[in-house]
Design a protein around this ligand. Structure first.
Ligand SMILES: [Zn+2]
Ligand SMILES: [Zn+2]
Ligand SMILES: [Zn+2]
Length: 330
């Protein structure tokens, strides 16, 4: 090729050289892009999933009938396609199906671990009980790394059946510290941050995952924005994607239950707070961790239109049928 260009008049040769340069940089760019790390949402429901056990009310009726309407419990996977590494934020009662989803997005490396790490946010049932699948009765995993805050780590080590996973070295629990960044690999890192929540068994954290192109915040559970010393708006400003607690849409969602016992920022309250933000800030927000009673679970609801009109979004459970659609580039 060089000799062909050498025989052409100088100007044509330069143009061709430039064309080849463009072509090669473009393909290099494309292959780089294809291998960028990404996040996928493996579940968008509150701890009880959707539909929820025992619910025969209108909220869950369609999801009982139509399996495609079901949503797994809130969970995010981080994938580095270059190295084949895979991490999970939260380990839910739907672990079986979510691991299957993740395998479809990025298969386990033949000689690699089941997962490269699991990061439970706290010890409420939707966020760690999937660990039971790693035990003797099911996967019989070996030394799966679980990264936990100090109380969460102590809780796992000192209560059965989790303590057996530790004793049999099926999980290897590493300690995290709030505000301290841990490297996942040379391109990705993760930082936990403490938030106020009903901390019966453990502290509660959210996570910020930082990739070469973007930052993602995952915060599925918090009591109320006002109870946190950090302004939620500053968290949104700090990241490119903010997956935030959207448990309840508004205050009259659970008739007969005292909602002050299970405080969360209502989506309506969040939208009210975010209304003064620039549209680029509002676009970062994706609500996740939706209770079965939340009307946002229904495609044609007024609630969905309200969120859309407010310039925010709903987190979308990844679907192997449209694999590129719900990928969040990191
Ligand atoms: Zn939860
Ligand atoms: Zn229901
Ligand atoms: Zn919780």
């Amino acid at each position: 090729m060089a000799s062909l260009i050498g025989r052409l008049p100088l100007r044509v040769g330069r143009t061709l050289n430039f064309a080849f340069f463009l072509f090669f940089s473009f393909s290099l760019y494309n292959s780089t892009y294809a291998a960028d790390p990404y996040a996928i949402v493996l579940g968008t429901a509150q701890d009880g999933g959707f539909p929820q056990a025992g619910c025969s009310k209108k909220c869950c009726a369609t999801a009982w009938k139509d399996i495609t309407k079901r949503r797994f419990v809130s969970c995010v996977a981080i994938v580095d396609p270059d190295s084949g590494q895979r991490w999970m934020l939260d380990c839910t009662p739907d672990f079986r199906d979510q691991l299957r989803l993740l395998d479809q997005a990025q298969p386990k490396r033949p000689d690699g671990p089941l997962l490269d790490g699991i990061f439970p946010t706290h010890a409420h049932v939707g966020h760690y009980t999937g660990l039971m699948m790693l035990g003797r009765e099911v996967l019989g995993a070996q030394s799966v790394l679980v990264y936990a805050m100090p109380k969460m780590k102590y809780f796992l080590e000192s209560n059965g059946p989790w303590s057996q996973l530790v004793k049999l070295n099926q999980i290897d629990v590493k300690r995290l510290a709030a505000g301290q960044e841990s490297r996942l690999n040379e391109r990705l890192s993760i930082t936990p941050f403490l938030v106020p929540h009903r901390d019966e068994f453990s502290e509660t954290v959210g996570f910020i995952v930082t990739g070469p192109h973007a930052k993602l915040a995952y915060l599925p559970d918090i009591d109320k924005w006002e109870r946190w010393e950090v302004k939620i708006e500053s968290l949104i400003a700090d990241v490119d994607h903010a997956l935030l607690d959207g448990t309840f849409f508004d205050s009259d969602e659970l008739p007969g239950r005292d909602m002050s016992e299970i405080p969360h920022p209502f989506v309506q309250e969040s939208l009210g707070r975010f209304a003064t933000l620039e549209s680029t800030e509002r676009q970062k927000v994706q609500f996740i961790h939706l209770n079965h009673s939340n009307p946002l679970l229904h495609a044609k609801s007024d609630a969905r239109a309200t969120v859309q009109n407010a310039g925010c979004r709903l987190a979308r459970q990844w679907n192997p049928g449209t694999p590129q659609l719900a990928r969040i580039r990191l």
